[in-house]
Design a protein around this ligand. Structure first.
Ligand code: URA
Length: 199
């Protein structure tokens, strides 16, 4: 199955209560061969209308953060834990997450990225399988069987709590280093100890 076929197969999904309130399923967008994938929580109003993840205010911030480390939306893949908008943007419920989780896992398998960045608590806890808060996990790498997980604060949280903007930017700088190391695993000059050695 291709990623397009998986998306089409969910076009009329009725597996949970979110089907009744959505305009459309927001499956995912981006490079089907991406090395890096971002996973958010659930579509909001704009995503539900446009059929694409992260196109509202949080998406604008995500795009800026990506560009700050030289990444464009075109080269990555973006999806959400649940593919349909929860009413009034409420949190996705545990049973909705459970119902949609196999599709996210299948999506990750088909994209086969080296690194998955989980945005916020819901994506991080879903992909890590642990109920630990994002503030404890952010900015660190976790080896999962098929990919490396790099939890990040959710851009919407940084929009609502200005004090999270700086840690969020710092985590993206860490992400840049993680990506550089992934591309050049032999390049020890990127390791933090080499900076100390030059001083
Ligand atoms: N927040 C999310 O988690 N996902 C989106 O697609 C938009 C906002």
């Amino acid at each position: 199955m291709t990623i397009d076929e998986l998306g089409k197969s969910l076009h009329d999904c009725q597996k949970c209560r979110l089907a009744s309130g959505r305009t459309q399923v927001v499956f995912g967008v981006g490079n089907p061969h991406a090395d890096i994938m971002f996973v958010g929580e659930a579509p909001g109003l704009h995503e539900d209308k446009q059929g694409e993840p992260f196109v509202g205010a949080a998406g604008k911030l995500l795009t800026e953060l990506l560009e700050s480390i030289g990444l464009s939306r075109k080269e990555i893949y973006i999806a959400n834990v649940v593919k349909c908008r929860p009413p009034d943007n409420r949190n996705p419920q545990p049973d909705e997450i459970e119902t949609c989780q196999p599709f996210l896992l299948q999506q990750i398998k088909l994209i086969n990225p080296q690194l998955v960045c989980s945005l916020g608590n819901f994506a991080t806890q879903t992909l890590l399988g642990q109920k630990v808060g994002i503030t404890k996990l952010r900015g660190q790498t976790f080896q999962r069987p098929d990919f490396m997980l790099f939890p990040l604060l959710h851009p919407a949280a940084a929009l609502h709590q200005g004090n999270l903007r700086i840690p969020m930017k710092e985590d993206f700088q860490k992400l840049k280093t993680v990506l550089e190391k992934m591309k050049n695993p032999q390049n020890t000059s990127l390791a933090s100890h080499s900076t100390e050695a030059q001083e």
